[in-house]
Design a protein around this ligand. Structure first.
Ligand code: SAH
Ligand code: F3S
Length: 485
């Protein structure tokens, strides 16, 4: 069984993204996105920038004038997938579409830079995550026969004023980026190198974007960032430069708890989620804001990576196992119905059988609702790659991963069973994959339910009696509308 990946939505991985057509646009853009939700949202920003340049999206690779692939570097496997796609574009270009231009966006572009132009002859354009505004100029460079590379990382780029066009949207839930980059320097992680230093987006532009989504009838907004709890707006600039800001700027700064409170108060009918929370930056203020507002969903993605203090230290996570457990205790004290999910890395450098047992014990302590588990994949340039030895044999990594997945599966079932017999509010977000006569909907804890469609519509909030469940899905019957419609 493959690791279950969540931030990474399997249904949209690599699927050509489409959006509404703008009249008068004659050029065709084929854009695919791999990796995290942040990449999906970035692709929406790129499509928006290109829509102003005469491009409409297409799902037919063979007819594209421009092919863009937004890439992920988080594990080696993610990069292998992208390389296969590049080969595919190459074939199409040779066989049937000689004028097609191909560009690589995102983390792999940032990591490999010019190497892409040398290694992969198919690539015409290489653009890092902070340089998407430059794509129109870069396209002109290509036309003039020059190489087109921009991988400059920025101190203040947040694309705050670019209104993303929603790609393959269900019309109900959308993502809004609030921070970019990450300063945490976990030793295994490539993100600080590919996405640069951490910076936050102007709350005004966040509220404006949410307003425009609400006007379009969106019901659920997920605030996105590598580390949302670290959000800090003090007029722009890098988080690490906050201490250099003026006294006034420091005093009037907006933290994540305040931003969340602002959003939830301003849009009382809209559901809010956020991802990802890093335990070291999570403040209980945020949990109190969650408790205060019904429309802030009671779900936290709180990656821990390992349950062993030795591993947490080697990973440069800034907390111990005990501190994490205390945080979880406090969260449950403030919001008893909170649903939690984890990310875990198994087989990190030097991981012993005892370290692994500690991780299993931590899982048992928390009993997460959802979990996303991966075997360690060494990434070039990271501190772990430079200073540590990737010494856990692959079969041992696989076995430990399986043990984690099996245990997580038990906990997921335990958690879904807690909903049995209850009547809960669900937001309808699409048709069930298995049965076209059934809706798929989510409750505040992010647990999915399916039920007969009846006369209910996409985007309705309904009350559902939960009657049955698997470890992943609740089954039930609608008893009526909720009072949130
Ligand atoms: N803060 C980020 C984390 C991004 S990476 C966020 O927004 O989610 C997502 C997850 O991938 C991490 O939590 C970690 O569990 C996993 N991961 C990161 N680097 C990895 C590596 N080198 N090998 C295996 N898994 C990794
Ligand atoms: Fe990566 Fe750690 Fe940041 S996992 S994204 S360096 S919080």
């Amino acid at each position: 069984m493959e690791p279950i990946e969540k931030v990474i939505d399997e249904r949209v991985q690599g699927k050509a993204l489409t959006t509404e057509h703008k009249d008068g646009n004659t050029k065709k853009l084929f854009i695919e996105s791999y990796g995290c939700q942040m990449n999906m949202n970035d692709s929406e920003i790129v499509a928006s920038i290109l829509s102003d340049q005469g491009f409409n999206t297409t799902q037919i690779l063979e007819e594209a004038d421009l092919v863009l692939v937004n890439t992920c570097s988080i594990r080696e496997k993610a990069e292998t997938t992208v390389r296969k796609r590049l080969q595919k574009y190459n074939r199409v270009k040779k066989e049937s579409n000689k004028n097609m231009k191909v560009g690589v966006l995102g983390c792999m572009a940032e990591r490999l830079k010019e190497k892409f132009l040398e290694e992969e002859k198919i690539v015409d354009l290489v653009v890092g995550p902070d340089a998407y505004r430059d794509i129109p100029n870069l396209l002109e460079e290509i036309e003039a026969g020059r190489d087109a590379v921009n991988v400059i990382l920025s101190k203040d780029e947040t694309y705050g004023d670019v209104s993303p066009v929603r790609l393959n949207s269900n019309g109900v839930s959308a993502f809004v980026s609030i921070t970019r980059g990450c300063d945490n320097m976990c030793t295994f992680c490539v993100v600080p190198f590919t996405r640069g230093r951490e910076r936050s987006r102007d709350p005004k532009s966040i509220i404006e974007e949410i307003q425009s989504m609400v006007d379009k009838n969106f019901k659920e907004i997920t605030l996105l960032g590598q580390n949302v709890d670290s959000y800090l707006w003090y007029g722009g600039g890098l988080k690490k430069d906050f201490k250099k800001a003026s006294e006034l700027a420091q005093e009037t700064a907006v933290e994540f708890a305040e931003l969340l409170d602002m959003c939830a108060t301003e849009f009382p009918k809209t559901r809010f989620r956020f991802s990802t929370s890093n335990p070291q930056d999570m403040s209980l203020d945020v949990i109190h804001v969650m408790a205060k507002h019904k429309n802030v969903c009671k779900y936290l993605h709180l990656p821990v990576q390992s349950g062993s203090n030795a591993m947490l230290k080697a990973m440069n996570r800034q907390h111990t196992r005990e501190e994490y457990m205390e945080l979880v205790d406090n969260i449950f004290k403030i919001v008893p119905e909170m649903s939690l999910s984890q990310d875990m890395i198994v087989g990190f450098c030097g991981e012993t059988e005892q370290d692994h047992q500690d991780t299993l014990e931590l899982l048992k302590y928390v009993k997460y609702d959802f979990g996303f588990m991966f075997t360690y994949s060494e990434r070039p340039g990271t501190l772990a790659a430079k200073k540590m030895v990737d010494d856990v044999p692959e079969p041992v990594k696989k076995r430990r991963l399986q043990e984690l997945i099996d245990l997580q599966q038990e906990h997921a079932l335990y958690r879904t069973q807690q909903h049995l017999g209850k009547i809960e509010e669900f937001l309808i977000e699409g048709t069930s994959k298995k049965d076209p006569n059934q809706w798929k909907a989510r409750n505040t804890q992010n647990t999915v339910a399916v039920f007969e469609k009846g006369n209910y519509k996409l985007g309705d909030y309904v009350m559902v009696k939960v009657e049955d469940c698997t470890s992943a899905t609740l089954k039930g019957t609608v008893v009526g509308y909720s009072d949130n419609n």
